[in-house]
Design a protein around this ligand. Sequence first.
Ligand code: GLU
Length: 477
Amino acid sequence: MDVRVRFAPSPTGALHIGGVRTALYNYLLARKHKGTMILRVEDTDQNRYVPGAEDYIVNSLKWVGIQIDEGLEPRIRQSERKEIYKEYVSKLVETGHAYYAYDTSEDLEEERKKDPNFQYDAKTRMRLNNSLAGKKSDGPSVIRFKTPSNVDVTVNDLIRGEVTFNTSQVDDKVLMKSDGMPTYHLANVVDDHLMRISHVIRGEEWLPSAPLHVLLYKAFGWEDTMPRFAHLPLLLKPDGNGKLSKRDADKAGFPIFPLNWQESIGYKEAGYLPEAIINFLVLLGWNPGTEQEIFSMDELIEAFSLERINKAGAKFDIQKAQWFNQQYIRKKGPEMVEFLMANRSDCDRQKAERIVEVLKDRVTFQKDFLTMGKFFFEAPTTYDDVLNKKWSPAADLFFTKLEEVLRRNPDPAAFKMNIEVAASETNVKSGSMMQILRVAITGGTAGPDLVSSMEILGAPEVADRIQKVIEYGKKGK
Ligand code: GLU
């Protein structure tokens, strides 16, 4: 089977992170079957068009590594295909599957006032202002689909199985607006047919539209080549209570967009690696059937199948995204070395390598190398309270001795020994001094392995920092 899939965003704003997941599943299926990934910009709703959104979508896909085979150059935009939709909708009118309607919005408003459940359908259409009812007009008109009355339409969804809808719930949808622009339904079905799309993989919110699409395929006589449908589970709020929205993400303090958009910070700018985002997103709704969690894009292409997509919504757990980021940062030692050198002019390669080595299991984001690693370049200017609380005559004695020992023997390999020497000469337990030592060196109580950190700093610098703390301790007490 020739697998041809499309990602069909509407440029009405920034791409939501859930949209990236939809694009990803399409891409994985295409690559797995050596098929084609198409980008189609569904920009027929001119009122909702947002300048910049299309480029934003393209850049976001590029950032996460989703490659487009068709539709990028030249760009496929529905707004530029108006004539095609006109031609196809005329066929539906000719075959009696669609009709012209002349009702004004005031007319329809009036109907709704009379009956709040009013629907333009088989029950009402013959008394309204349209060509089926024998009306004619030179004024503005729309073209509506003549939805067959009271039949069951079954959508065979690859994720949900058979989903049946009765057409009595479906109104006669507008296919072509009075300005000659197609609506989503018409353009979507015509394009999926003309572009020989094999699988329509999209969000669950489009499931209610699927029966209409099936009816359109039938009306066009394209039933035999109709694409297969796969409606993806929703992304849920972290507590599982309803669909994830931008507001939920803002409230919980995590990004909702892949890249910066207006005032909103994107995943990229927040410090997430594209590999981590891909890995995190793919598992929101799909499972490999094994315990494996870390997947490269190539491994995903190999492992992916639509059958393993879950029906149930997936809870959005940002901690999991951070965990993936951590895993990928660990794998990227050499890149982190370059990053550190690029951001600290006072850091040579050897020092950068050693810092990355001691920090790499502790950081979540690349920028943490700069914050957690600041003490490697600058002596602390403030100290954790614990220093005041724990400072004692014994500490004064011990640190005075330690400073002296370090000045005498600055061998960077001798820190452990020097600490023990100072401890035995002052009769103080070294273990009870380690927390103060850490505060003296780093300013805080948590951080990477202390001895390794001191080795990187070197004995003279460590001795200077200890000297400062002795003065501070004397003043503080
Ligand atoms: N333009 C629709 C969207 O923005 C596409 C839905 C579909 O894939 O059919 O999501």
